[in-house]
Design a protein around this ligand. Structure first.
Ligand SMILES: [Zn+2]
Ligand SMILES: [Zn+2]
Length: 261
């Protein structure tokens, strides 16, 4: 039993065959999926999809790439979207991306801080996107009190030292397809270091497929490959680690597991 903690299933890449994608996910043991908004429009689409599918939940937020298009009232509007459905279980993705810099850095910082304040106001965990901006991101998370609501460093891309700082802030770390790449020595070290009760996995689909599917569209069914690699690195059977990581996600997101677990 696996939980894909970061997917973009409402993106156009899945418009033609989403029911088949969800079927394959179920067949591969992916029992829960969190579909993630990146601006107001895709956040509304994430909620609409989660309202229809029993194994899907939604997170709503403004990605750093989209920060420059978020106006003064965008975060207020996010709050209305969050309050529109019980399927909204987290705020994000939000954060800093100093690799692509698609929005000016000061605007990214401002929109990130406002969303962390929203997460605190709503008492929902924060889903953090961070690329080439670890010191700045960690400082903002500290100042804005992320510890109060908890959160996930999604598609973790830092080293062991950054991982330790995230753990100190009370965050979960999420590993994605890149941990399966033969060159991923840093991520292998991180997988070994993070305690089982602070680890989750994700696809970030349609992006970042695991090794056998590189260059293709990613989908939740491939989470089994990433989970198997993480389990191998930790020296634990995936049949054990998968449900443990799913329980971590269910607990953080406040989702009731089905009876019998
Ligand atoms: Zn991201
Ligand atoms: Zn994403």
């Amino acid at each position: 039993m696996l939980f894909d903690t970061h997917a973009h299933l409402h993106f156009p890449e899945f418009a033609a065959d989403l029911p088949a994608v969800i079927q394959r996910a179920r067949a591969a043991g992916v029992r829960w999926m969190l579909t993630i908004g990146t601006n107001l429009e895709t956040s509304r689409a994430a909620v609409a999809l989660a309202d229809q599918e029993s194994d899907l939940y939604a997170a709503i937020g403004i990605h750093p790439h989209d920060a420059s298009e978020a106006n003064e009232v965008a975060v207020d509007e996010l709050q209305r979207v969050a309050e529109s459905s019980p399927r909204v279980v987290a705020i994000g993705e939000m954060g800093l991306d100093f690799f692509r810099n698609l929005s000016p850095r000061d605007v990214q910082v401002e929109v990130f801080r406002r969303q962390l304040a929203l997460a605190r106001r709503l008492g929902k965990p924060a889903l953090i996107h961070c690329r080439e901006a670890h010191p700045e991101t960690l400082e903002i998370l500290r100042v804005e009190g992320v510890r109060e609501v908890g959160g996930i460093m999604h598609c973790f891309s830092g080293d062991a030292a950054v991982a330790r700082q995230c753990l100190d802030l009370g965050l979960f770390l999420s590993l994605a397809g890149p941990v399966t790449y033969p060159s991923a020595r840093k991520l292998a070290e991180v997988a070994k270091l993070v305690p089982q009760d602070r680890l989750v996995v994700e696809t970030d689909c349609p992006f970042l497929p695991p090794q056998p599917y590189r260059g293709k569209r990613n989908e939740p069914a491939y989470l089994a490959i990433t989970a198997a690699r993480v389990a191998e690195l930790k020296g634990v059977p995936v049949e054990e680690l998968g449900p443990l990581m799913a329980t971590n996600a269910l607990t953080l997101l406040g989702i009731q597991p089905p009876p019998g677990r």
